[in-house]
Design a protein around this ligand. Structure first.
Ligand code: F6R
Length: 365
C-alpha cells in the first residue's frame, strides 16, 4: 500500500527515521554490548585480529564507511572487498579475521560465495549484517546483527542502506568497548549520538524542496560527479550509484583528493559537481579541491553542514543541513542524495521502483 506516496522508493525514503530507530533499539537498551551480535560474540571479539568486509553494490558502500569508523575506534586493520572480486582472488586470511558480510537480502550469490571462500582461507569468523532474519546469509554466519528496515520494495536500496550504516556504527562501538580502545568519555560521546539519530534524520527532510529544485537542473545533464572526503567519500559513491540506477544519468563518485589525478579533465560548465561537505578537520582540504572545480567553470552543488557553506561562496547552488551531524554524517548526508536521485528520475519519467535491467535480489552470479 503506497498511502500518500507515488512510489515505494519515496515511501521507503520517508520510512527511514522509523527504520533507524527500530534498528538502533537493541543498542539503546544494551549499549555497545557484544551481546547485540550473538551469545558467542565476546569470545569472537576477543580473538579478532583484523576485519574484512565483503558486500555488493550499496551494501559495499556501507562497508566502505564502516572501515573509517572501525579503524578509528578500534585500531584494527580493516579491508573492504567487492564480493564478486574477493571470491576469485587468492590469498589466505590471517587467523582471527572477522569477516563482516553485509547484505540486505541475505541471498546475493556472490556474497554467499565470498563468505564460503573466506572460511576456507583461514580461521575466520563470519558476522552477518542482514535485513532478513531467516536468510541463507544468517544461517551460515557465526554472529548476526539485523537491520530492522522492514521489507524494501523499491529496487534501489534506501532504508536498507542507512540502517546498515547505523548497525555498522554499533559494531564499531561494540568492538571499541570490548577491546577498550577508547576512553570512557569518547565511548560515551559515540553512544550518545545514537538516540539523537532518528530526530537528526527527520530534521534533514526539510532539504527536500531545495533538492527538488536542483533536480530540475540536473535532469538536463548527461553526466554528474559526486565528491566527498573521509566517511562522505563512500556516500559520494552511493549518490552516484543512485543517480545512475534510477535516473539513468552517468555519474561517478570520487574522493575529492583524487580530482587532480584524472577526473578534473572532465570538469567544464557542462559538468555538475555535487559535493558533500562536513564541518570537520578535512574541510580546508575540500575547499582547495572545490577551488579547482570552480576555476574550470564546473557547477558546484554543495550540501554542507552548518558553518562551512559560507567558506565557499562560489557555488552554483548550496544547501545547508539543519544541524551538525558529527560521526553520523554519512547517514544524514545520504538523505539529500536519495532525494536528488528520486526527484531527478521523477522529472525524467523513469520506472523508479523497477529500474530497467535490474533485479532486487541478485541470486545468480
Ligand atoms: C543499489 C542496490 C544494489 C544492492 C546490491 C546488494 O541501490 O540496491 O546495489 O545493494 O545488489 O544487494 P544485497 O544487499 O541484498 O546483497
Amino acid at each position: 500500500d503506497l498511502g500518500p506516496y507515488r512510489h515505494y522508493m519515496q515511501k521507503e525514503i520517508f520510512a527511514q527515521a522509523t527504520a533507524l530507530a527500530d534498528t538502533l533499539a537493541p543498542a539503546l537498551k544494551q549499549g555497545f554490548s557484544p551481546a547485540l551480535f550473538g551469545s558467542n560474540a565476546n569470545e569472537i571479539f576477543t580473538n579478532t585480529t583484523a576485519v574484512r568486509i565483503v558486500a555488493c553494490g550499496s551494501s559495499y558502500h556501507a562497508g566502505l564507511v564502516a572501515r573509517y569508523w572501525i579503524e578509528e575506534y578500534t585500531g584494527l586493520p580493516v579491508s573492504v572487498d567487492i564480493a564478486s572480486e574477493y571470491r576469485y582472488r587468492s590469498g589466505r586470511e590471517q587467523d582471527g579475521t572477522l569477516i563482516v558480510a553485509i547484505s540486505q537480502s541475505g541471498e546475493t550469490a556472490d556474497l554467499l560465495a565470498a563468505l564460503r571462500s573466506a572460511k576456507e582461507r583461514g580461521q575466520v569468523n563470519v558476522l552477518a549484517l542482514c535485513n532478513v532474519a531467516h536468510s541463507t546469509l544468517t544461517r551460515e554466519a557465526d554472529l548476526v546483527i539485523l537491520t530492522h528496515a522492514g521489507i524494501e520494495i523499491g529496487v534501489a536500496s534506501t532504508k536498507a542502506f542507512t540502517t546498515q550504516l547505523a548497525a555498522l556504527f554499533t559494531l564499531a562501538g561494540a568492538l571499541a568497548q570490548h577491546r577498550q580502545t577508547l576512553t570512557p568519555d569518547v565511548l560515551a560521546q559515540l553512544a550518545n549520538c545514537l538516540p539523537r539519530l532518528p530526530a537528526m534524520f527527520n530534521d534533514a527532510f526539510a532539504v527536500e524542496t531545495q533538492i527538488e529544485e536542483w533536480s530540475h537542473l540536473l535532469s538536463h545533464y548527461n553526466h554528474a560527479l559526486f565528491l566527498g572526503r573521509h566517511t562522505l567519500f563512500p556516500i559520494a559513491l552511493e549518490g552516484a550509484l543512485k543517480l545512475k540506477e534510477i535516473a539513468y544519468i552517468h555519474a561517478e563518485g570520487y574522493a575529492a583528493g583524487e580530482l587532480k589525478h584524472g577526473p578534473l579533465a572532465l570538469v567544464d560548465e557542462d559538468m555538475p559537481v555535487i559535493v558533500c561537505a562536513a564541518n570537520d578537520e578535512l574541510f580546508d582540504k575540500l575547499l582547495s579541491n572545490l577551488r579547482e572545480v570552480e576555476a574550470r567553470g564546473g557547477k558546484i552543488f554543495l550540501i554542507a553542514e552548518p558553518g562551512c557553506e559560507a567558506a565557499f561562496p562560489y557555488c552554483y547552488r548550496t544547501i545547508t543541513l539543519p544541524s551538525q551531524t558529527g560521526p553520523l554524517a554519512p547517514i544524514v548526508f545520504t538523505l539529500p542524495l536519495q532525494f536528488l536521485a528520486y526527484h531527478t528520475a521523477y522529472k525524467k519519467g523513469t520506472d523508479i521502483d523497477k529500474p530497467r535491467n535490474l533485479a532486487k535480489s541478485v541470486t545468480v552470479e
